[in-house]
Design a protein around this ligand. Structure first.
Ligand code: GLN
Ligand code: ZN
Length: 763
């Protein structure tokens, strides 16, 4: 029998109970010491390694106090220029780059290095994990500090762990960074490589045999310069004494497959979930002395693997590859929650269908045992797995014939408004009687301590439904009164009753379940708990109509109905793997459409459908963008466009980069789109201008991420810049985004200034 090596690419660092989050936040508040924080870190590493001890190789260096890319920037001595004069504690400096610091907060260093802007954050490939973007200039110089990695290797060894350090490779490191001076990042490669080589040499000296070097950029479109950078880099790094496992994940190699095979490394890891079709080519093209590591357990979702089907496919591959085959999850398990066994009160039917990080490692172990010793040696595990997979496949909660039938009736007409924009706009103007430069907000008002307390008491059964509803209605009334006093034109109810813009809808839809501890790191100490879309989606009852009509009953001004769009609900959930994402999205679209029509029937004249996450669903490869945009836009259109001409549809998106997607945004055909522009000085409206975007736009004039109160003059100026690009009669005045994270004492003066700005503009 064969001898397959098992390993893991990375483990979630946050802790099954989010221990790291709480330790970090307590340290940042000054309530615990650095020693307390570092000992929580050491405990987590120790515990996580113990969980992985059965693997042949265990990742080391995947732990981080904030972000593994920022860790690497420190290892490579690449700190942003503005913090290079830092002295004092390294960990504090690290957090200063991660989170920024206001000059006022840094008493000890006020004179030398007090205030500093946080490093920019962006999404790690197509995940919801955000890393701190490495900063480069033509003058960037690197210098090695291997201490963190070496200390963790020593720690792992002391624990008897077979350590495999994990680092991001040099090409990906350059590719995902930003040249602050627009210089050519690739020019830095030559200087960067010796530092990487020294790092690898130091690891070899510490007794490390294998290093996992992550180059996920290989699954994206690369110009020939970047392809050459791979050749240069790995020719240089192959001279060191460690064995390199070059890891790619999240997608297919496609045109880079030959390049991947030619690089002089000792092993190659392929995401066999996303790139299963490439395994055969890789087997044929990879030189015979290379290890081929296959990521066979999905590191991006929470579903149990169909182990029997996997073995049907994997056994012949294993026979051919013999000892050269390694197996692992497809990517780091950073993107899934830690332990399903933490869930004590989970939906009993659905729970056996799931696997979180620890359960995924168990699956890996079963697969390895089956390959090494035959399926008989794990027959009980395999038949239990078969049962769970079958139960899920056959469950009536997964398959709802009525939903499938409804989906089959979708036609292009469903997404089509009755009249063109101009005809609709006339009717809406007549009905709504809005002034020029109408004012509105994006939906939420501050989620006060009282709101949160009422919700947690309600969830804990300490107050009943009547008391909870009364508390929320009081908050809604407060928001309405404040908005009337401010003189806003289109009001919102304030979303007091919503914990989260996706969870709130998921909880009311059939086909969703929720975990209690299913946290996944988003950035730093911030975690999200994505709802789990497991079955065909239907809407048993109206979800928002009662709250909206209550709010409308309080005022003569138009009240916006507020919904989350299908694409955003999809992109912020764990979704099923047994049908295309597009199908789940269309199901969500039909549910939201029913809600939109119910709101309209109840007399709501303005309905906003938020699509904050539309852009983040874009695939890694541009060649696949259009296919995604086609079904995403169609889903939005289905949800929104069943209304009559006089009903005004708004949508909202939390960004302003529309360069590549402006045509799709226009196709959505929302009467009004509100976007985030206050920090960009309105230049980002150029895209709308050049495209001749035909409908109305509300470019944000109030940066809601900051506690600062924008002045009237500043907002007038921003709107004047907007009016240079978009005709004034198609402009709205509004903040960048919802106000739920702000306090009333900040919000009221800011909105007062905003309304004053609109009045000045009208005059
Ligand atoms: N309506 C939501 C709110 O105001 C929109 C939030 C978002 O776009 N992220 O909170
Ligand atoms: Zn937003």
């Amino acid at each position: 029998m064969s001898n397959i090596t098992t390993h893991n690419l990375g483990f979630p660092r946050i802790g099954a109970k989010r221990e790291l989050k709480f330790a970090l936040e307590s340290y940042w508040r000054g309530e615990s010491s650095k020693d307390q924080l570092t000992s929580v870190g050491a405990e987590l590493r120790q515990r996580h390694w113990a969980h992985q001890a059965k693997l042949d190789l265990v990742p080391v260096g995947d732990f981080s106090f904030y972000d593994q890319v920022l860790d690497l920037s420190f290892t490579l001595g690449n700190l942003p220029e503005r913090v290079q004069s830092f002295h004092g504690d390294t960990l504090d400096n690290y957090f200063r780059v991660a989170r920024g610091r206001s000059a006022a907060g840094a008493e000890d260093h006020a004179a030398c290095c007090g205030g500093v802007a946080a490093g920019e954050m962006t999404k790690w490939f197509d995940t919801n994990y955000h890393y701190i973007v490495p900063e480069f200039t033509a003058a960037t110089a690197f210098s090695l500090d291997a201490s963190r990695l070496l200390a963790q290797v020593a720690e792992a060894k002391a624990q008897g762990i077979k350590a495999k350090p994990v680092i991001v490779g040099p090409v990906t490191y350059l590719a995902i960074g930003k040249a602050k001076d627009n210089s050519n990042k690739l020019a830095l490669l030559e200087q960067l490589l010796p530092v990487y080589a020294d790092l690898l040499t130091a690891l070899a000296a510490a007794g490390v045999e294998w290093v996992q070097i992550d180059e996920p950029i290989l699954v994206t479109e690369l110009s020939s310069e970047w392809q050459d950078a791979f050749r240069t880099a790995y020719a240089a790094l192959s001279k060191t004494k460690v064995k390199l496992l070059l890891a790619t994940y999240f997608g297919q190699l496609q045109e880079n497959i030959a390049l991947a095979c030619e690089l002089p490394v000792h092993g190659f890891h392929l995401d066999a979930i996303n790139a299963q079709a490439e395994v055969a080519t890789l087997q044929a093209q990879l030189p015979q002395d290379r290890v081929l590591s296959l990521g066979v357990i999905n590191g991006r979702n929470i579903w149990k693997t169909d182990l029997n089907t996997l073995l049907d496919w994997l056994e012949p591959v294993a026979k051919q590859l013999g000892d050269r085959l390694w197996i692992a999850p497809s990517c780091s398990l950073l993107h899934v929650p830690v332990d399903l066994n933490s869930e004590l009160s989970f939906d009993a039917e659905v729970k056996p269908w799931l696997a979180f990080a620890l359960q995924k490692l168990d699956e890996l172990e079963i697969i390895a045992t089956a390959l090494n010793h035959g399926r008989d040696s794990v027959s009980a595990e395999l038949s239990a797995n078969r049962e769970a997979i079958e139960a899920r496949r056959l469950s009536p909660r997964v398959n709802n014939p009525a939903v499938k039938a409804a989906l089959a009736t979708i036609t292009p007409e469903l997404g089509q408004r009755r009249s063109a924009y101009t005809a609709r706009a006339d009717k809406q103007t007549a009905l709504l009687q809005l002034p020029k430069y109408p004012t509105t907000t994006i939906g939420s008002f501050p989620q006060t301590a009282e709101i949160r307390q009422a919700r947690s008491q309600f969830k804990a059964g300490q107050i009943d439904d009547t008391a909870y509803t009364a508390a929320m209605k009081a908050e809604i009334e407060r928001s309405v009164r404040e908005q009337e006093a401010l003189g806003l034109d289109v009001l919102v109810h304030g979303e007091a009753e919503r914990n989260d813009m996706v969870e709130y809808f998921g909880e009311q839809l059939d086909g969703y379940v929720f975990s209690r501890f299913g946290w996944v790191q988003s950035y730093g100490s911030r975690c999200v708990k994505p709802p789990i879309l497991f079955g065909d989606i239907s809407r048993p009852n109206a979800m928002t109509v009662a709250w909206t009509t209550f709010a409308q009953s309080l005022t003569a001004k138009p009240m916006k109905g507020m919904l989350t769009g299908p694409v955003t609900i999809l992109n912020w959930s764990f979704v099923r793997d047994d049908q295309p994402r597009s199908v789940s999205c269309y199901q969500l679209a039909l549910a939201i459409r029913a809600e939109v029509l119910d709101l309209e029937k109840a007399g709501v004249q303005v309905i906003q459908i938020d699509e904050a996450a539309l852009r983040e669903g874009l695939p890694l490869r541009q060649s696949q963008w259009q296919a995604y945009l086609d079904w995403a836009v169609e889903s939005f259109r289905i949800s929104a466009n069943g209304v009559g001409d006089a009903t005004q549809i708004h949508t909202h998106m939390c960004y302003s980069e529309f360069n590549d997607i402006i045509a799709s945004i226009a196709e959505m055909d929302a009467d009004v789109i509100t976007i985030e522009t206050s920090r960009s000085d309105m230049e980002l409206l150029d895209v709308f201008d050049h495209f001749n975007y035909p409908n109305q736009i509300g470019p944000g004039v109030y940066d809601i991420h900051s506690p600062n109160i924008p002045t009237e003059a500043h907002m007038v100026q921003l709107m004047q810049k907007a009016a240079e690009r978009i005709p004034a009669e198609r402009l709205w005045v509004n903040p960048d985004c919802g106000l739920k994270t702000r306090q009333w004492p900040e919000v009221l003066p800011a909105l007062r200034n905003m309304v004053a700005a609109a009045k000045t503009l009208r005059a």
